[in-house]
Ligand binder design. Structure first.
Ligand SMILES: *Cc1c(COP(=O)(O)O)cnc(C)c1O
Length: 346
């Protein structure tokens, strides 16, 4: 297998870089300098080169990020509410998330961890060791989810080292990596990266992608290399206003993912991170889109629409509801909206 070549240009890491690249008008520099002070900027050459408004809206800062609403939180999903060691969150009995790094290849303007990403790079060794010791000492932990930041922004060597240490813990059966790297920095999916992932516990990759315009030829090739390496993939998508908040856009994305051997897993309602209200739809709008997708496309391609309950209470499916309990039994709504009665056995 040949390793892909990285693109010639470097990532855009500042407002000045964006202005030089023509992605931001110089007249906006004043407001956006204030945004840059609060929330880091980074766009990979692949995403800058996609030349798509739906892609640019996710990564190019916007003055509306200065609007902080009362309901918005610095830790919207409560990562720190259940943190036994620094970098580790243990909210559900059988699985933990480990923030292996705070860095990402791109900084999404709607990020639910925007207050912490980019602050420093890899989790310090002492903290990593403390996290791994906790996992080793907690037999209920069956799955370790590497997150961040973006765990695949780490070097293959560091990923391999973490994998090796996790393989030594007998009760850890699954390691899942949630990442944008295969899509936004596809050249990183090289032979060394694939070798690092070929560890003993079963490895899954959760690919974060929100629009087909992100699925460039290089991204599709990277996803194909991962699937060919025998690593199963699921996807997660954030529902974003004016980016992907209609059934046709999401249907195209989920069909593309299925053909690339990535199973759509979660459609996330946009979390209450600070300065992100311009991205947020209503839950009713999300439910209406889900209703349209059901029946309209392969059930394999329809993810679960979830809300991460603010404060650290976990993710729950938020509909739409097809079943209503009543005295006469259940009323079930089919995909075209017609109602039917279903009764349990006595
Ligand atoms: C999202 C999340 C998980 C994983 O949840 P799944 O429903 O298994 O995908 C695990 N722990 C924490 C703290 C999370 O935020």
């Amino acid at each position: 297998m040949n390793s892909p070549k990285p693109p010639a240009n470097a990532s855009l890491n500042s407002l000045d870089d964006l202005i030089a690249a023509g992605l931001v008008a110089p007249s906006q520099a004043g407001d956006l300098a204030r945004v840059e002070k609060s929330f880091r900027i980074r766009i990979t050459p692949e995403m800058a080169g996609a030349h798509s408004p739906a892609v640019a809206a996710q990564f190019v800062p916007d003055a509306r990020e200065l609007v902080i609403r009362a309901e918005e939180l610095t830790d919207p999903i409560g990562d720190t509410a259940h943190s036994p060691t620094y970098g580790l969150t243990h909210r559900y009995p059988d699985r933990v998330i480990l923030a292996a790094t705070h860095a990402c290849e791109v900084y999404c303007r709607f990020c639910f961890r925007r207050e912490v990403v980019g602050a420093s790079a890899a989790l310090p060794d002492d903290d990593l060791t403390a996290a791994l010791d906790y996992i080793a000492a907690t037999p209920a932990i069956w799955e370790v989810i590497l997150t961040g930041g973006d765990p695949m922004s780490l070097s293959p060597r560091r990923i391999a080292a973490i994998m090796e240490r996790l393989s030594a813990i007998a009760h850890v059966q699954i390691v899942r990596l949630h990442t944008r790297v295969p899509v936004v920095a596809p050249h990183r999916i090289d032979d060394a990266m694939l070798a690092a992932l070929r560890a003993r516990p079963t490895v899954y990759i959760g690919v974060h992608t929100n629009h087909t315009d992100e699925l460039t030829q290089a991204a599709r090739a990277a996803l194909t290399r991962i699937a060919d390496a025998g690593i199963p993939m699921v996807s997660q998508t954030v529902l974003l206003r004016r980016v992907n908040d209609d059934a046709a856009t999401l249907e195209a994305l989920f069909r593309a993912l299925l053909t690339l051997r990535v199973q759509p897993y979660y459609l996330h309602h946009c979390d209450l991170a600070q300065g992100t209200s311009h991205f947020r739809t209503t839950i009713a709008a999300g439910q209406a889109i889900m209703t349209q997708l059901r029946g309209r496309m392969s059930g394999m391609g329809v993810p679960t629409y979830v809300l991460d309950i603010p404060g650290g209470f976990g993710k729950v499916p938020i509909g739409p509801e097809y079943l209503a309990a009543g005295l006469e039994g259940y009323t079930v709504t089919d995909w075209q909206g017609a109602k039917h009665i279903y009764c349990d056995p006595d």
